[in-house]
Design a protein around this ligand. Sequence first.
Ligand SMILES: Cc1ncc(COP(=O)(O)O)c(C=O)c1O
Length: 402
Amino acid sequence: MDIFERIQLDNGPIGKLQNKIEGKFAFPKFDGKISNHVFLNNKKIICWSYNNYLGLAVSDEIHKIDAFSQQKWGLTYPMGSRMMTGDTELHDEFENKIADFINMGKALLLNFGYQGILSVIDSLLTPNDVVISDAQCHACIIDGIRLHKGERLIFDHNNIVDLEQKLKIAQEIVEKSNGGILVITEGVFSMSGELGKLKEICALKSKFNFRFLVDDAHGFGVMGSQGNGTVCALDLEEKVDLYFTTFTKSMASFGAIIAGEKEIINYFKYNLRSQIFSKSLPMPVVYGLIKRLEIVKNATENRTKLFEITTLLQNGLRERKLLSDKVNSYITPVYFNIKLEDVLIVQTELVYNHGIYCSIVIYPVVPKGVVIFRLTATSLHTQEDVNHTLASFDDVFKKYIK
Ligand SMILES: Cc1ncc(COP(=O)(O)O)c(C=O)c1O
């Protein structure tokens, strides 16, 4: 069969809905500054969909920093991958500063989080190794694992008993294959809104021999003293072998890092295919990251505000029995069993009658029949935003959700 013909018959699980959802909850085109309020089709809305946890995407200070560096270097400099012609002192400076901040031996800057961690997983493993990951790990981890030619095991989300079972299986495999074991989880899960069980996983190191990689995309900037992340918040720097975060969330920028022991990071420097065969991050991004790091460290007030808003929002949702007790971060998923047609009606009513926008998560990200209305609090949201949202939920959800 012709490949293009087949694609036209099947656009994929979300793609096949494009006529219904595009512009609504897929590919919405927001206007205005990235803040608690934005515009959608000229309608002012309260937006609960940005991972702009500390509100930096709308900061005047950041805007000036970015304008300065754009003027000074532009986007062309440097050219080439870092290994060839694209390395600079500023790239090194940022890596040294962030390694100090997160208390890890060394850090390597990655162009993008997705490709970066994919390459990290790929370059770490040989077919003799076993990789074990949490069932709710992000697509970039899943795709990195897809490249692995050895055994792959998945443990139930945040279920340490199940992880222990999987570690026993993995141990038997590597005893025969002479390989090693890699365990991967996240600091803060962006779907369930739960913190990863990092302490419990580290404790398993006394029973099993494995290396531990944490993706802290949603923890960095918020968790820990001065925002140095979930691993530092739990004092686990000595036990977590590899720390990954992206700068596309709290830092409101681009790029990511992988950090750990110096020797291992040096190995990545020469072996990460996503870095070696890809152009280096441009100077305005790198300079911006150095400056943002200082801003994040000093953003105590933003973190306090974020937690205040989270408490208000989550208390209100819990009073309405709309939020799981398991949620223990600022990411706030509201789960419903609802038909897709009804999701569209609810979403339209929320946006156009009430001026509220949440992220809608549907199958295949969640099981069929389940839909998440996900609200991500930021330091910019206000008590009025929360009150208005809760009152709107009372009105809209009562009508459509039994
Ligand atoms: C948990 C997690 N890891 C990695 C990434 C990828 O980061 P980036 O946006 O830098 O590609 C994301 C982004 O959505 C994420 O949520």
